[in-house]
Ligand binder design. Structure first.
Ligand code: ARG
Ligand code: GLU
Length: 718
């Protein structure tokens, strides 16, 4: 009796531990069909159409694509937007100077007229999703050639988008799902006047800095506030002082009841890219060559930047955003490699592939149809490997030389003159002018030259001889292998280091300018990399990856036959997805258990006035000591962050974390390091998303910043 009780208790534990975690990023349109039943069983009290619907106001209405890579949500009837501090970071930096240092001091607009415009920043609302598979694929069966087929698909997509968006003021995109088995159209309304409303100081918004990035336990107050502005008809418009706050169809209501362990959680947002169905062959290439070499390269570049930043506060400010962006992916990759190793990701894939083989063996029909797949993958990948590596590594290397990245923009000018295109040269020139302004604002030629040297060295050390551009001969013959001398020469001779000369050229653009550009030494370096790419990399790379493009849909079809009870979710492709799970801790190592939440106490424990990442503002310390948490504290503590088992990825930053009733309880901003391999293989025991507790956000706005007028705009349930 005792024994069986104990046993069932054990089982229960296992069920509770893993039973609620759900792998997958789901298409909002299909929640009713695929997910809602399971969600409700796990505690969700919403109907599918509360989450996504075209007929009534729903949660998805309040979720936006923020800028080019983040998510945000509307939290007031006056178009107030909540997103991450790191999503607003480059904008906050752009408004900062050494005198008005919003990045380090924080920024709060106390009236609407103080809210700061951000040229180029957009916010897109999802108007609707449509399954357009049939329309896109119609007629493709009878087309034999792959290129013809693709052209046909592209034409159908263009037409559908045109019909949908013409004269509507909307924009739309159609993307393939499940390796092209299905296509969905996403229609958006995009706003262009987005203003900065508030941001905590870096010592709150980036507390823990790059040291704590990707790490649990976490104490980063990673949020910022923006507002969407519209014209007098509530429609998108370019920035104008006469624009008024946008009145959204719906905004999220906030619950400050608090999130408890095992509570149901749900996220809506824009994850950018996952690769859950890759075979072990590609994972091996990634883990043996591309990631380690890319990490090595970024190690070197980050060192160069950091040295310069530590020596000069002005450079530190200028390079803050670039550095954070570089360090972010670099550190994630290290986590991915460690995760692969630690959780035997590749072995698990291989074992799974072995099961697939066994399953095929059991049925001659399947055998006949699909047995070619794995051997074909193996063959294709082994041919592809050198090209796969150089394709990935070259762009990573070359475009981290900032000047090369910048001059690549000038190819648009060249084609403009040569092809006598109809497009207004003026618009291209204006774009380049503003690109030039932005580029030089945050550019230090000496740092870039050091990076250039390092990149050339590492590129030649890591890629095969056949992929070296011609100028390496010059380095070896004329400069006796001295990269520094070569770099000195190039940077001295290139006019692209001189903003005045570039502006002059853009002001008086002529055929002579074309000659000047193409004979520029830096532009020639860029072009010779381009030549290698066009002649030595692309043809093979393209041919072999096309073979893979044929294999993967068949492979997925076979897997679906093999696992008829499993729900397959499409890889993330930067369209809106819904993911759900629950608030829960995890065990990062034997005998270690992490709790699901952190509190302000942890910030005080981490404090170190000597270390930039761990400086705590005086005012925050006082609030802590006086336990002045207002209505946001719980049991004498101030909650800060929590983790949950929602399947997220890059792009989910700024996503709303919602409770069982659809109230906003958190703001997603990160994943745990041990779990970053979830882009390739999700493990419900280890993978966690990291969110800010909404109560900490409100506490900082009200108690720290004293911005009560912002609190007054919100709909808060307590
Ligand atoms: N790791 C988070 C994300 O992937 C946050 C990055 C920003 N923070 C930083 N310290 N760089 O984007
Ligand atoms: N910080 C990430 C982002 O910018 C979200 C964390 C992740 O990659 O999951 O999207």
């Amino acid at each position: 009796m005792r024994k069986s009780l104990l046993l069932s208790a054990l089982f229960l534990h296992i069920i509770i531990r893993t039973g609620l975690s759900v792998e997958g990023m789901w298409i909002p349109l299909l929640i009713e069909k695929f997910n809602i039943k399971d969600m409700q069983e796990k505690g969700c009290r919403l109907a599918a159409e509360d989450i996504y619907s075209i007929n009534k106001a729903c949660l998805a209405d309040a979720v936006i694509l923020f800028g080019r890579g983040c998510t945000g949500e509307v939290i007031s009837p006056d178009g107030l937007v909540l997103t991450n501090h790191h999503c607003g970071y480059s904008r906050i930096q752009a408004h900062s100077t050494l005198e008005k240092d919003y990045l380090n001091e924080g920024f709060w607009a106390f009236t609407r007229s103080e809210e700061l415009p951000n040229p180029g920043l957009t916010a897109s609302f999802l108007i609707r999703i449509e399954d357009v598979t049939q329309m896109v694929l119609q007629g493709t069966d009878s087309i034999a050639g792959r290129i013809e087929k693709e052209k046909h698909i592209d034409r159908s997509i263009d037409q559908l988008i045109k019909i949908t968006t013409d004269r509507t003021g909307y924009n739309a995109e159609i993307k393939p799902f499940y390796f092209g088995k299905e296509y969905y159209m996403f229609v958006y309304q995009t706003f262009r006047d987005i203003r900065l409303v508030g941001a905590p100081p870096a010592s709150i918004g980036k507390f823990g800095g790059d040291t704590d990035n990707w790490i649990w336990p976490r104490h980063t107050g990673d949020f910022s506030l923006f507002r969407i502005y519209a014209d007098s008809t509530n429609s998108p418009a370019d920035y104008s002082p006469s624009n008024i706050p946008y009145k959204p169809g719906n905004h999220l209501k906030i619950s400050i009841k608090g999130i408890r362990e095992n509570d149901f959680t749900m996220i809506l947002g824009y994850p950018a890219r996952t690769n859950e169905y890759l075979t072990s062959h590609e994972l091996k290439i990634i883990s043996n060559s591309t990631l380690p070499r890319k990490i090595e390269l970024r190690n070197a570049i980050l060192d160069i930047m950091k040295n310069a930043m530590d020596r000069n506060p002005e450079i530190k400010l200028k390079y803050a955003s670039k550095y954070a962006g570089m360090a972010n992916a670099w550190k994630k990759w290290i986590g991915v490699l460690q995760g692969f190793e630690r959780y035997n990701t590749i072995r698990k894939k291989e074992t799974f592939e072995e099961q697939f083989r066994l399953w095929l063996n059991r049925n001659p029909d399947n055998q006949e149809k699909y047995a070619y797949l794995l051997p074909e993958f193996s063959k294709t990948y082994s041919e592809l490997e050198p090209y796969y590596f150089v394709n990935d590594y070259a762009s990573e290397a070359i475009f981290h030389v900032e000047l090369i990245e910048y001059v690549s923009g000038f190819t648009s000018l060249l084609s403009l003159m040569s092809e006598n295109q109809e497009e207004e040269p003026e618009s291209t020139i204006n774009k380049l002018k503003s690109r030039t302004e932005n580029f030089f604002k945050n550019y230090e030629v000496e740092i870039d030259k050091e990076i250039f040297i390092k990149v050339l060295e590492l590129y030649s050390a890591n890629v095969g001889q056949q992929f070296l551009p011609d100028f390496y001969h010059t380095i070896h013959q004329k400069f006796r292998g001295n990269y520094r001398k070569f770099a000195d020469r190039i940077y001295k001779k290139s006019f692209f280091t001189d903003k005045e000369q570039i502006m002059e050229l853009l002001d008086h653009y002529s055929n002579a300018s074309v000659r000047k550009i193409i004979s520029d030494p830096l532009f020639r370096i860029y072009s010779s990399f381009g030549e290698v790419y066009r002649n030595k990399i692309f043809p093979q790379y393209d041919k072999l990856t096309e073979q893979l493009d044929d294999l993967y849909p068949e492979y997925l079809a076979a897997l679906m036959l093999m696992q008829p009870d499993k729900l397959f979710y499409p890889d993330a492709n930067f369209t809106m997805r819904m993911t759900y799970g629950k608030a829960e801790g995890y065990s990062p190592a034997d005998a270690v258990e992490y709790r699901y939440n952190t509190t302000l106490k942890g910030i005080i424990e981490k404090e170190d006035p000597e270390v930039y990442d761990y400086v705590v503002p005086e005012k925050l310390k006082n609030l802590y000591e006086e336990k002045d948490f207002g209505r946001y504290g719980a049991n004498g503590k101030m909650p800060v962050c929590f983790i949950a088992s929602n399947h997220t990825s890059g792009g989910n930053s700024g996503s709303p974390v919602l409770d069982a009733d659809g109230y906003l309880v958190g703001l997603n901003f990160d994943r745990n390091w041990e779990g970053t391999m979830n882009d390739f293989m999700y493990d419900p025991d280890i993978c966690r998303n990291i969110s800010l507790d909404i109560r900490y956000v409100l506490f900082i706005i009200e108690k720290y910043a004293g911005a009560d007028h912002i609190i007054g705009e919100l709909t808060i349930i307590d």
